[in-house]
Write a protein that binds this ligand. Structure first.
Ligand SMILES: N[C@@H](CCC(=O)N[C@@H](CS)C(=O)NCC(=O)O)C(=O)O
Length: 206
């Protein structure tokens, strides 16, 4: 298998999961900001016509794009690693609810701050207010449970961390100081060995 990623992108969640589960996956860095080429100079659009990361090449006949799908595929490669409830279980649907929340709410709203110059002042204020509501949902969940799904650390946590990490990594002007449970949770995830390994491999530790 090969994971196409870009340093600090949402693909960090897949990278973390690979390290958590000791999966044998080759990592291939892609420039998705300017050239859309791999580090070997291949045209990335020929590999993944969508042009974005993450992208998982499984074999000559199978591949996956979209972070939430890739994360579930990776977790299912090592069920003993407990990063996802088993497919078909009621808990799996709850996990999918969280993955969808992270992908469509957190990732999309926080991603908008990369192009904040395109918004009016009122538009930006609306985005900030909307994001704070989403962060309150997370904070409230984490006041009751250690991780999003309860006591077990899952791919939904790796995904949340990867997206929330955009704020410090890219210096986004988003204040999360009012969400103490969320902050403690992110600190706990940041100190995991697999997370530090993946971040180090992406050159994110300075
Ligand atoms: N829907 C995709 C979105 C992935 C995405 O937006 N990736 C960004 C980096 S975080 C990217 O590669 N952007 C480059 C581009 O859109 O060309 C997912 O959830 O995986």
């Amino acid at each position: 298998m090969k994971l196409y990623y870009s340093p600090g992108a949402g693909a960090l969640a897949s990278h973390i999961t690979i390290r958590e589960l000791n999966l044998d996956v080759e990592l291939i860095k892609v420039d998705v900001v300017q050239e859309h080429k791999t580090e070997k100079g291949e045209d990335y659009y020929k590999i993944n016509p969508k042009g974005y990361v993450p992208f998982l090449w499984i074999d000559a006949n199978n591949n996956l794009s979209e972070g939430a799908a890739i994360l579930q595929y990776l977790a299912d490669q090592n069920p003993a690693g407990n990063m996802s409830p088993l497919a078909g279980s009621p808990e799996r649907y709850k996990l999918q609810e969280w993955l969808t929340f992270v992908g469509t709410e957190l990732q999309q709203i926080i991603g908008s701050f990369f192009v904040k110059g395109h918004f009016t002042e009122a538009g930006l204020a609306h985005l900030h207010a909307k994001l704070q509501k989403r962060l309150t949902i997370l904070d409230s969940q984490l006041s009751d449970t250690e991780f999003l799904m309860g006591a077990e650390y899952t791919i939904a946590d790796a995904y949340t961390f990867a997206i929330m990490n955009w704020i410090p990594a890219f210096g986004l002007a988003i204040d999360i100081s009012g969400h103490k449970h969320l902050n403690a949770y992110l600190d706990k995830i940041r100190s995991r060995d697999a997370v530090l390994t993946a971040m180090n491999e992406e050159g994110l530790l300075g």
